[in-house]
Design a protein around this ligand. Structure first.
Ligand SMILES: *Cc1c(COP(=O)(O)O)cnc(C)c1O
Length: 396
């Protein structure tokens, strides 16, 4: 199909929730994607922090071929092996004792909300249903997760949302302390905020939230949908902070681009969950779970994570140098291979200019350019990406 035909059919048949750039992607390899006209794009987006192992990974391709011929889906009415092996791996590599699988990040946070409510109700009775979240947070676009996402543009057309949510300022422990209360069942926080502009939590902030949650008998929920699974150079972002949650939500990269989410929890939380409390037709099916086994297995290898940390440091140095030599760079923030470049103009302009130069980037908020490349990206590719970005910034 030629690209003009794709644009026309999209206009005619696809609900208009996205504005897309003027090319059509049809292939990819390693950290590069190709459009229908043969143009190559070095990819610093990775399907929004999803394609951690890049494009065309042979083990992922083989796993999909083998497992899809065997069994794709039978529903959660029946026993299958891949999801139990995956859950064991997730628990062995984290604080968690039990896993609930679902199909996306928003769904994982909805599940976490339900489990926190159930936990509070079983242990403390009625009325302990409120939730604390933070300015700049992004937890998803469903009615519970949207209620935890304080962006007027996202929330306004859809009110009323889930009630009982209060917001404290991110990285402001005093504010969180003031707004906490015994009516809280959970505190939701991203250890590194993604969509909100790549803001890492301060270590004392996460430690303080752990204390506040314990003081008020509330659960601490880490949303690691974007920052988790190797992105920061640690398997789980909070492992770089030395603070453990009661629940962690995971999604984006876990199944190599197939849709999957997961709610990881301690036995303290899981003990209140009974058959019928929650469920999903598709979740944890044999195909997605087999692919996720490959992804989690590869990324949890300490050697793989050490290389991510090394490349992360390399990228950090490039970005700090760029900040020194460009008056348009206000700040650079991040960890591992998750970085934000705050500009003194709209980041969208750099994203658009990148398309002409064979580079994919994405913004995180109006003025922050976000880099979340495949974790298998090379230092040479990181160097090339930063050179193009610097050139665009200086010539815009
Ligand atoms: C993307 C994201 C979500 C939502 O995930 P979906 O799969 O798009 O529903 C939730 N939390 C964080 C931190 C995210 O980055």
């Amino acid at each position: 199909m030629i690209k003009e035909e794709v644009f026309e059919l999209e206009q005619k048949y696809i609900a208009h929730t996205y504005v897309r750039p003027p090319f059509v992607l049809e292939g990819g390899s390693h950290s590069t994607v190709y459009d229908t006209e043969g143009n190559a794009y070095l990819d610093m987006v990775a399907g929004i922090a999803v394609n951690a192992l890049g494009y065309g990974d042979p083990e992922i391709v083989q796993t999909i071929q083998r497992q899809s011929a065997l069994l794709i889906h039978v529903s959660n009415l029946y026993h299958t092996a891949p999801h139990v092996r995956l859950a064991r791996k997730l628990c062995e590599t984290s604080f968690a004792d039990k896993v609930f699988f679902c199909n996306s990040g928003a769904e994982a946070n909805e599940g976490a909300l339900k489990f926190a409510r159930k936990w509070a109700r079983v242990n403390f009775g009625e009325g302990k249903t409120s939730v604390m979240a933070f300015t700049g947070a992004f937890h998803g676009r469903l009615f519970g997760s949207l209620a935890l996402t304080p962006r007027e543009k996202y929330q306004a057309p859809f009110r009323p949302l889930m009630p009982g949510v209060r917001f404290a300022e991110f990285n402001n422990l005093e504010d969180a302390r003031e707004k906490a209360g015994d009516d809280l069942c959970a505190i939701f926080v991203e250890p590194i905020q993604g969509e909100g502009g790549i803001h890492p939590a301060a270590p004392e902030f996460l430690r303080g939230l752990r204390e506040i949650a314990d003081q008020h008998n509330a659960l601490l929920v880490f949303d690691e949908v974007q920052c988790g699974l190797g992105r920061t150079g640690y398997l789980w972002a909070h492992q770089g902070y030395g603070v453990e949650p009661d629940i962690m939500t995971v999604a984006k990269p876990i199944a190599g681009g197939l849709p999957m989410g997961a709610v990881l929890m301690t036995d303290r939380v899981a003990s209140v969950i009974e058959p019928g409390d929650h469920g999903s037709t598709f979740a944890g099916g044999p195909l997605v779970s087999s692919v996720a086994e490959v992804v989690v297995g590869r990324i949890s290898d300490p050697m793989f994570l050490a290389v991510v940390r090394k490349k992360g440091k390399f990228l950090e140095n490039l970005l700090r140098d760029m900040q020194k030599s460009s008056s348009h760079v206000v700040d650079v923030r991040g960890k591992g291979l998750m970085w934000g470049i705050e500009l003194d103009f709209e980041a969208k302009k750099v994203v658009e200019a990148g398309y002409e130069r064979g580079l994919l980037t994405v913004n995180a908020g109006p003025n922050v350019l976000r880099l979340v490349p495949p974790l298998i990206v090379s230092e040479e590719e990181l160097n090339r990406a930063v050179e193009i970005i610097y050139d665009i910034i200086e010539n815009i």
